[in-house]
Design a protein around this ligand. Sequence first.
Ligand SMILES: [Zn+2]
Length: 82
Amino acid sequence: MISNMVTKLLSGLMTLLLGLFGPDEEDLKIYRRKIGGSVWHSCTRCKYWPREHFEETEDCPPFGLCPTCVQYEMQDRRFSGR
Ligand SMILES: [Zn+2]
């Protein structure tokens, strides 16, 4: 049980360190849209993030971005200072 907590703590720390010093995720950004849908998602934490039957692009869609994903991204930017 304690080792479980330590593992969680360590993986959390790694995520934090990777976020600070790792490769810039902007370069790896992927947008997904459900096939037949009109909304693009950019955040894997979005509850509408398509996991099957989707199309994918690396180019930022000019419109139709999911508001939930935009909100997540704004939060991320605030926390990482970007
Ligand atoms: Zn979304």
